[in-house]
Design a protein. Sequence first.
Length: 297
Amino acid sequence: MSLSSIWGILLITLHAMVPITLTAVGEVFGETAGLFNIGLEGILLLSAFTGALAATAAGATVGLFVGMGTGALVGVLFSIINTYWKGNQMVTGIGINLFAMGFVGFGLTAMGPGFSAIPAARRLVAIPTSGGPFSPIIFVAIVFPFLAYFFLRRTRAGLILKAVGESPEAADVAGIRVNLVRLLATTFGGVLAGLAGAYMSVSWIGSVTKGMSAGRGFIALATVVFSGLNPLLALLGGLVFGFFDSLALWIQTLPGSKAVPWQFLAMSPYIVTLLVVAGVIGRVRFPKALGEPYKRE
């Protein structure tokens, strides 16, 4: 294997890990506070679409912020339904995913076939390298898990998040506004998932399709399980997925690879990720109040 091939695999690994890592770290915040959101797939898809719309109209930076705003909006709605209105978190997440598939499919049809690709001038400026462009969002995805780890383990605000997830009754007695903390945590998670979705369309892929999220929201959920709510392990999980995703693409370019169906190679990153998660599930301890709406007595 040549040096250029190794760098190419590494670069694709880094690009592919970004949406998984950012989404998973955002979900770590929400689940630490006691809310789990399986609508991450829908947030990725919606933010990729709205981010592409904004980027085409006003540039990549605006596209990224609009994608983050889309994620924040969905996160706020999810939080309100499942904190103040005592909704079912599982049903709400499924509803987000179904809405996203329908809305983006309709939106792409309404915009016409010319919209699917974002003009090169409107995409995020990347650092050119021998293996391809290196997006600056990669730096964010690598550095942010370390900041998140410090926040959750070394700050008073992180301790409040954990208290709300472990024992909302005790947190309430201590004067903490449980539902507000949960709302802020899940909204922040939506912001990160929105950035991840906008990154896919505005920076990495440069186009939008109704299936572009490709299960990454569910893989991010699996990564959260693997990480045990540790942002650094969430980064590791994202790198594992990204590596096998890049490896599958590289194998498809090798002579004789046509003997193996490309669909099998494409699904190998998902299989490996799920096998890794299966090896740790049952050993991970989650907050005691995870998934339970808090009802003040």
